[in-house]
Design a protein around this ligand. Structure first.
Ligand SMILES: Cc1cc2nc3c(=O)[nH]c(=O)nc-3n(C[C@H](O)[C@H](O)[C@H](O)COP(=O)(O)OP(=O)(O)OC[C@H]3O[C@@H](n4cnc5c(N)ncnc54)[C@H](O)[C@@H]3O)c2cc1C
Ligand code: SF4
Length: 492
């Protein structure tokens, strides 16, 4: 334990954000990191609990009290070693993870919790700055070849782990850039794309092969890959969006959130589009349907593009500000507790318990608004509600983004060609015991298997899946990824 009385002496401080009026003028990250000395002070607040609930609350099992202790004692390289032993990409989670570890922090019962996420980010960024994150390719190759389909955090984590134990990994991505939702989905202002690319370059230098614009199952038959590789991992994400089939759905001006977010990131990266294809919020009244993170990203992006007004509506009732019995410590409350994202803080009208009835258009076929009605919730747990009579109203909108979640992975092509079974929700059927699909030698990980989730879960699934693949490739012999020997996880 760093400092026995640290939690009594120091207040919680986390990395901050640039002021709203400044950050909405650009699409770059606006995170203001703590200084090294400030991070060391924050790590002193850790109580090194006998049962560290932070550790259990992290899907990756990050060894949080140990790296907090090393940071406090100025042993940043040791802290990095501990962090990398469980998390392949702390530079992503340190920026955009909702931090279930902090929700579970024991100190949070009596005081503001330890600033774990800020400490994690500081460790990895310090490591890059110091040049400690140099390529460290494996010294021995096994001769086994693995194809990973999909380059989101799950696919990247599988690839990183299997490469580290010497298998030759090729990652196939249908898009033109690597990263999945880290690249196209999460906006640049939350996760700068140079940060995504920095890790991809590092992995490439360590021997992972990346193939972009390669749509397995459409451009290339999946069976061909199956024959050429010793194992296949399907990490294709949960990419089919939930639609809103109400009258007027075809009016121009109604888009899926991902079409807007992807195009905006491409524009930020310098890609150009014909005028007619542009989805631009400048000078528009924007309505975002869906109160979650994807909707929130549409809010921040619309504000940066110069929207006149942004409204975000949600079908569910407004969640309580405090924990309830259902979200009692150490649970991570997620959307069941009221919170305000940095994008919502930048200026948006938020409304709950609203259902949409129709998209409205003018005589020229242009979107003008959305007919809505207010709801009264009889039993939110059982999803029981009724419309309030006479509460119909119209929200003015010339641009609507549908951000109501994702259903499952894309069933076309790949899944059909490999004959992979799906579960009741349409996700890929593969158990947590061995991540193997209905076809021997074909594995699944990430949102494609568990459904729409979080980056930290995708990395966790990728690591667990890699362990299962390695065991399979070694003919059932325990994997090195299973042992306590983490020497292959070390940096150069
Ligand atoms: C807008 C948005 C914002 C989010 N913000 C956050 C956040 O702030 N924090 C957080 O923790 N989580 C966030 N999430 C969730 C998080 O991004 C996902 O849970 C995570 O990226 C899932 O990782 P994955 O690797 O399973 O899939 P994905 O990241 O979806 O990657 C799947 C990849 O597979 C590719 N692919 C699909 N089919 C094929 C094929 N046949 N051939 C080749 N390639 C294929 C796709 O093009 C894609 O690149 C957000 C999600 C969205 C949509
Ligand atoms: S639960 Fe909080 S105080 Fe306890 S070890 Fe983890 S970070 Fe430290």
């Amino acid at each position: 334990m760093g400092k026995v009385t640290g939690f009594k002496e120091f207040s919680r401080r986390t990395h901050g954000y640039a002021p709203v009026e400044e950050r909405i003028t650009h699409c770059s990250e606006f995170l203001v990191r703590l200084t090294q000395a400030e991070v060391e002070t924050q790590s002193a607040r850790c109580m090194d609990c006998g049962i560290p609930f932070c550790h259990a609350s992290c899907p990756l099992g990050n060894v949080i009290p140990d790296f907090n202790d090393e940071v406090y004692h100025h042993h940043w390289e040791d802290a990095l070693r501990i962090l990398l032993s469980t998390n392949n990409f702390p530079e992503y989670t340190g920026r955009i993870c909702p931090a279930p570890c902090e929700s579970g922090c024991v100190l949070g019962l009596i005081q503001p919790m330890v600033a774990i996420k800020s400490i994690e980010l500081a460790i990895i960024e310090h490591a890059f700055e110091q040049g400690w994150m140099a390529p460290n390719p494996p010294t021995v190759r096994t001769g086994k070849r693995v194809a990973v389909i999909g380059s989101g955090p799950a696919g990247l984590a599988v690839a990183d782990q299997l490469n580290k134990v010497g298998h030759q990994v090729t990652v196939y991505e249908r898009s033109d850039r690597i990263g999945g939702l880290l690249m196209y989905g999460i906006p640049n202002f939350k996760l700068d794309k140079t940060i995504v690319q920095r890790r991809v370059d590092l992995m490439a230098a360590e021997g992972v092969i990346f193939r972009t614009k390669f749509h397995v199952g459409l451009d290339w038959p999946a069976q061909g890959l199956r024959q050429n590789y010793d194992a296949l991992v399907v990490a294709t994400g949960s990419t089919i969006p939930r639609d809103l089939p109400i009258p007027g759905r075809d009016v121009k001006g109604v888009y899926f959130a991902m079409d807007f977010l992807t195009q905006n990131t491409r524009r930020v990266l310098g890609d150009t589009f014909p005028e007619d294809d542009l989805i631009d919020a400048k000078g528009k009244h924007v309505l975002v349907i869906g109160g979650g993170d994807t909707g929130s990203d549409c809010v921040g992006t619309s504000i940066r593009q110069g929207a006149i007004q942004v409204t975000q509506i949600e079908l569910l009732p407004r969640p309580p500000a405090d924990r309830t019995e259902e979200t009692a410590w150490p649970a991570h409350p997620g959307p069941k507790r009221f919170s305000t994202s940095s994008s919502q803080e930048e200026g948006c009208v938020r409304e709950w318990s609203i259902s949409t009835k129709a998209f409205l258009e003018d005589a020229e076929g242009r979107l003008t608004g959305v007919q809505c009605v207010r709801l009264a919730w009889d039993d939110p747990a059982k999803f029981k509600y009724h419309e309030i009579p006479g509460s119909e109203f119209v929200i003015q909108a010339d641009l609507v983004f549908l951000a109501m979640g994702f259903l499952h992975t894309d069933p076309q092509g790949l899944l059909q060609q490999l004959g992979l079974e799906k579960d009741a929700r349409g996700n890929l059927k593969a158990s947590e015991a061995d991540y193997q699909t209905s076809q021997v030698g074909v594995f699944a990980a990430g949102d494609a298997r568990r459904g729409q989730s979080l980056v930290v879960w995708a990395i966790s699934e990728g690591r667990e899946c890699a362990r299962a693949v390695d065991r399979y490739l070694r003919g059932g012999v325990p994997s090195r990824l299973e042992s306590k020997d983490k020497s292959f996880c070390q940096f150069a």
